[in-house]
Design a protein around this ligand. Sequence first.
Ligand code: SF4
Length: 299
Amino acid sequence: MESSLDSAGNLPTLHKPPWIKAPLSTGTGYARVRSLVDRNRLHTVCQSAKCPNIASCWSNGTGTFLILGSVCTRSCRFCAVEKGHPNKPDPDESSRVAHAVNSLGLNYAVITSVTRDDLPDGGASVFAETIRAIRTVRPDCRIELLIPDLAGSMQALDIVLNAGPDVLNHNVETVPHLYPLIRPSADWNRSLAILRHAARKGFLTKSGFMMGLGESRRELTAALTQIAAAGVHILTIGQYLAPTREHHPVERYVPPEEFEDLRAEAQSLGFRFVIAGPLVRSSFKAEEAWRECLTESPA
Ligand code: SF4
């Protein structure tokens, strides 16, 4: 796809269109989550990734907890998470997350992490530990795990799956031809293999990607077809927003009607639940998607 570079060879900074409006972070619900996160020394991807939905989610008392620290071993060009050499996993982190989930009275908790290529199992055992810690204090809480690719280790993935997540989520983030530029340490087929393995083991699986990074419509159709063929049930499609000027620039702001068009195409490919829109993120309406899939799941 041709892009109109400026004289210095950079993409011009696009102005945000009217449909990219994130609500302000105020209200008692927001303040409650904020103080709980601070008091328990927790990380959330809501904050680390500068999610535009933080206000509405936290006001509703939900959030996505980031485990395994806040420093990632990879450097995806779209991501605001800090990059570098992470500290050793904190042994108390799982119980603090469980305490926060219980204090918030969550019925549906989303847990994600940075990528830890420095750990032999990529952090899989910490994901499993976190599920067990939450289930100990809140047995009926449903748990969605948004995992990194665990360097493609099916052994590590089985450690996670054996802990029994209700939804196994892994984002493909963008189309294959943009991987070298946008997420250089990742691999399209490796990500599909993670999703396929979980789906074949009977888990509700979920994935997602962003638009506005330079992908073509044809590439999106090919990506949807491959993700559906991997057995994925739930799909999220959102607009890429550059966290800073140092990150990959937004190539294009996709109008809402195009999201709707793509949502319809994805639905026709057999996904059980598709949520698409400019401000949609992986955990947006996560509980609703899970509930919807339950009512739809084959007998
Ligand atoms: S692997 Fe995940 S957390 Fe790390 S830089 Fe990439 S998107 Fe961000």
